[in-house]
Write a protein that binds this ligand. Structure first.
Ligand code: MRU
Length: 321
């Protein structure tokens, strides 16, 4: 598959993740405003892909001239939880003194690294899963989308599935639909179908029941920010899944490139959690599904304490808090 996000003819080119699975279409982003809008609408999403978006956004700003530092600030703050976004912006911005070409070269290097690091991290995690889970073939549970679409290529948590599937070791993936924006049902299921990996989509609320029935050998998720003590921010629902997994004795593995680790934060209580528009819950495909004045609590992420995790794995192997 082509890269989720790339650079071509002076523009950022992304796979439009709002259109999948109905339509595979590309979007060309030629201004910082277009990029910020795409990030906010989740046309490009997933922590590592946001890192690439941040770096390419600075490259775009640098080529167009103007106040690059304040545009970089706007990009870095488009979404607050995934640390990769500000990290990607910072990495490209550090080259600004060397000119626009140097900024672009740095951004493109980051993209290449992202593919390599996610492949390595997910390879380490695949070995860990094989060591932790005796059953063959494996039944895995995925939440949100931590696949190719959430990275420049390959994927983190879903990257583990690709490694295991290559070896014929995957029986099925249970895919949490991932309310309210359905990254699991729309994107993870689409990726698994493309790769011919057997899967079933389930409502998020079915995950604990699936574990109770003995249908899950391991839970695999990505991360948006990992604090120094190993606490992990990821898509809303991850925390509940980890509690259920612990109760049922199911291993729970987090996979992410080390750019997701934020050593400046001592623990997960300090991670900023994005709250999203109420309409994501009060409407479904534009149709109202709540009383008109329903109050809404719509955090996009939650924080799972490190003690509930079997392991956090990066390209360096098992993360040590
Ligand atoms: O709101 P999203 O779709 O950007 O949330 C994405 C997630 O929570 C992913 O699990 C996380 O970014 C890891 S992706 C490798």
């Amino acid at each position: 598959m082509r890269r989720t996000i790339d650079w071509a003819d002076g523009a950022i080119v992304i796979i439009d993740q709002t259109a999948l699975p109905a339509e595979f279409r590309l979007l060309e982003l030629r201004t910082v405003d277009e990029l910020v809008d795409a990030i906010k609408r989740l046309a490009v999403r997933g922590a590592p892909a946001l890192g690439a978006a941040g770096a390419l956004g600075v490259a775009l700003a640098a080529r167009r001239g103007g106040d690059v530092r304040s545009e970089a600030d706007v990009i870095a703050n488009a979404r607050p939880t995934a640390v990769n976004l500000a990290w990607g912006v910072g990495r490209a911005l550090a080259k600004l003194g060397e000119g626009a070409d140097a900024v672009l070269a740095e951004a493109l290097a980051l993209l290449t690294e992202d593919e390599e690091l996610n492949k390595t991290a997910s390879k380490h995690a695949a070995e860990l899963v094989l060591a932790e889970c005796p059953r063959r073939p494996l039944r895995l549970l995925s939440h949100c989308n931590a696949g190719q679409l959430a990275t420049v290529g390959w994927g983190s948590a879903l990257g583990v599935v690709w490694h295991l599937h290559e070896r014929g070791l995957v029986e099925e993936v249970l895919v949490d639909e991932t309310r309210p924006l359905l990254q699991g049902a729309r994107l993870t299921a689409w990726e698994l179908a493309q790769a011919d990996v057997p899967y079933r989509v389930q409502p998020d609320g079915a995950a604990a029941a699936a574990m109770a029935r003995g249908l899950v050998d391991c839970v695999l998720v990505g991360a948006d920010r990992i604090a120094a003590n190993g606490d992990v921010a990821n898509k809303i629902g991850t925390y509940g899944l980890a509690i259920a997994a612990r109760y049922h004795g199911v291993p729970f593995v987090v996979v992410a490139p080390s750019s997701t680790v934020d050593t400046k934060l001592a623990d997960g209580t300090r991670i900023a959690i994005e709250e999203r528009d109420a309409r994501e819950l009060t409407e479904y495909a534009g149709v109202p599904v709540t009383p008109p004045d329903a109050g809404v609590f719509n955090p996009a992420f939650d924080v799972t304490p490190y003690e509930l995790l079997t392991a956090v794995v990066t390209e360096h192997g098992r993360f040590t808090p």
